[in-house]
Design a protein around this ligand. Structure first.
Ligand SMILES: Cc1ncc(COP(=O)(O)O)c(C=O)c1O
Length: 366
C-alpha cells in the first residue's frame, strides 16, 4: 500500500506530540467541511436499509456537474477499477502525480509512461490512455482546454481514453471537462473529499459515456456507497450557497499561503486553491523542522524533493505557521511542559540546519 498525507496517528508516534496539538497541513482536504458547518440529520433508514440507487444522489450530482454520473465510493474506487476495463496498453501520466494511478494501471498489466508536461503532445499518439490529474497533485499544473480536447480527440480516434482526475478542481470549475462528457473515450473523475471536506464519507463520481459507466458499475458491484454517506453527499451537492462561500475562502486562503511562503523565502512553485507546493533541496529538512513544531506537511521525493502544504483554517493556525516559517519557534517537549523560543533567520536553509542539529528527543531550541 502506498503512503499518503493525513497520517496523523503515525505522526503522533514518530514525533511524540499528542494528536490534538498537531496542525495537519499534509493533505489537500479543505479545513472547512460542509458537514461541520451544516449539521445534517441522518435517517435511521440510511443505516438500517440497503442503499437504493434511485435515492436522488445521482440526480443531485447530475445537477451539480451538469451531466450524468456514476456515484462511486470515493474517486479512488474508480481509479482502481478503470485499468481492469481495458486490455493492457501504454498509459501516460505526469511524472510524480498522485501515485495511486500508476500503481493501479501497473497492477492491471499496463505499461506506465511518466511524462513531463511538455512531452505529452509528442507522446500522445503512441499512448492508449492519457491520464491527467487536473490541477495536478502535487505540482498544480493545469492544461489549456483546447489542448486537452485535442489530446482526447487524437486518443479517441484510435479507441484510446483521456482520463481527467478532477479531485482538486471544484474551486475553479471553468477548468473542468465535466461538460464535455459524455463523449467516447473521455472519463472525468470527481471527489467530494477535498472541496467539500468530506474525505471520510468516501464519495466520488465518474463522468463518462453510458456504456462505460455501466461497465464500471458492474466492476464495483452493488451498495458501494454507505447509506449515510449518500445522504450527506446529496445535501452537500445541493447546497449552492455553501459552495459559493467555500470557493471564495479557499481562493483567499490559498493566496494567503502563497504570500506567506514567499515572505518566508520559500516561494511556492505550484499549487491550486487547496494547497501550495514548495520545491527545493531543503524540502525534507523543512518537513522535519515543521513536524518538530507540530506542523505536518506532505513530503514528496519524486521527481524532485518538494513539500505540499494544505490550508490553515484559523488565525491561530496561520500564526503558528508564520512563526514556524519566521523561526520564532515555540516547541513543546514530549512531556508537554517546557516551552522555549528560538530564532532562525527565517530561511529554509537555516531551518534545515536546525533540524539536522536538534536531536529528536530534545525539542528545546535556543
Ligand atoms: C489526485 C487525487 N485523486 C483522487 C484521490 C482519491 O480521492 P477520493 O477517493 O477521496 O475521492 C486523491 C486523494 O488524495 C487524490 O489526491
Amino acid at each position: 500500500m502506498l503512503e499518503h498525507g493525513g497520517r496523523l496517528r503515525a505522526a503522533v508516534l514518530r514525533w511524540g506530540l499528542a494528536r490534538e496539538q498537531w496542525l495537519d497541513l499534509s493533505t489537500g482536504i479543505s479545513p472547512w467541511s460542509w458537514l461541520a458547518e451544516r449539521a445534517a440529520p441522518i435517517s435511521l433508514d440510511a443505516w438500517q436499509r440497503l442503499p437504493e440507487d434511485d435515492d436522488g444522489l445521482a440526480e443531485a450530482a447530475a445537477a451539480y456537474y451538469g451531466v450524468a454520473v456514476l456515484p462511486v465510493a470515493g474517486s479512488q474506487a474508480a481509479i482502481q477499477a478503470l485499468p481492469r476495463l481495458r486490455k493492457p496498453g501504454r498509459v501516460g501520466m505526469l511524472t510524480g502525480c498522485y501515485a495511486e494511478h500508476a500503481l493501479c494501471w501497473q497492477r492491471a498489466g499496463h505499461v506506465v509512461i511518466a511524462l513531463d508536461a511538455e512531452a505529452i503532445d509528442t507522446a500522445v499518439d503512441s499512448l492508449d490512455v492519457l491520464l491527467l490529474v487536473h490541477p495536478d497533485n502535487p505540482s498544480g499544473v493545469v492544461h489549456e482546454r483546447r489542448r486537452l480536447l485535442d489530446w482526447q480527440a487524437r486518443l479517441a480516434a484510435r479507441g484510446g481514453w483521456l482520463i481527467v482526475d478532477e479531485a482538486f478542481i471544484d474551486a475553479t470549475p471553468a477548468l473542468s471537462l465535466a461538460d464535455e462528457t459524455p463523449r467516447a473515450g473521455l472519463i472525468v473523475l470527481r471527489s467530494l473529499g477535498k472541496f467539500f471536506g468530506l474525505a471520510g464519507a468516501r464519495v466520488g463520481f465518474a463522468l463518462a459515456e453510458a456504456a462505460l459507466r455501466e461497465a464500471l458499475a458492474e466492476q464495483l458491484g452493488p451498495w458501494a456507497i454507505a447509506g449515510p454517506a449518500r445522504q450527506i453527499a446529496m445535501l452537500a451537492l445541493q447546497d449552492r450557497d455553501w459552495q459559493a462561500q467555500q470557493r471564495k475562502r479557499l481562493h483567499e486562503a490559498s493566496a494567503r499561503l502563497h504570500g506567506l511562503m514567499a515572505d518566508a523565502g520559500l516561494p511556492a512553485d505550484g499549487g491550486c486553491a487547496l494547497f501550495q507546493r514548495y520545491r527545493g533541496e531543503q524540502a525534507a529538512a523543512l518537513h522535519e523542522a515543521l513536524a518538530e513544531r507540530g506542523i505536518l506537511t506532505r513530503l514528496h521525493s519524486e521527481p524532485a524533493p518538494s513539500l505540499r502544504l494544505g490550508l490553515p483554517a484559523t488565525e491561530a493556525d496561520w500564526q503558528r505557521l508564520a512563526e514556524a516559517f519566521a523561526g520564532r519557534v515555540a516547541t513543546r517537549r514530549s512531556d508537554g511542559c517546557a516551552i522555549t523560543t528560538g530564532r532562525f533567520d527565517g530561511r529554509a536553509k537555516a531551518m534545515a540546519t536546525m533540524a539536522a542539529r536538534d536531536p529528536p528527543d530534545d525539542r528545546i531550541t535556543s
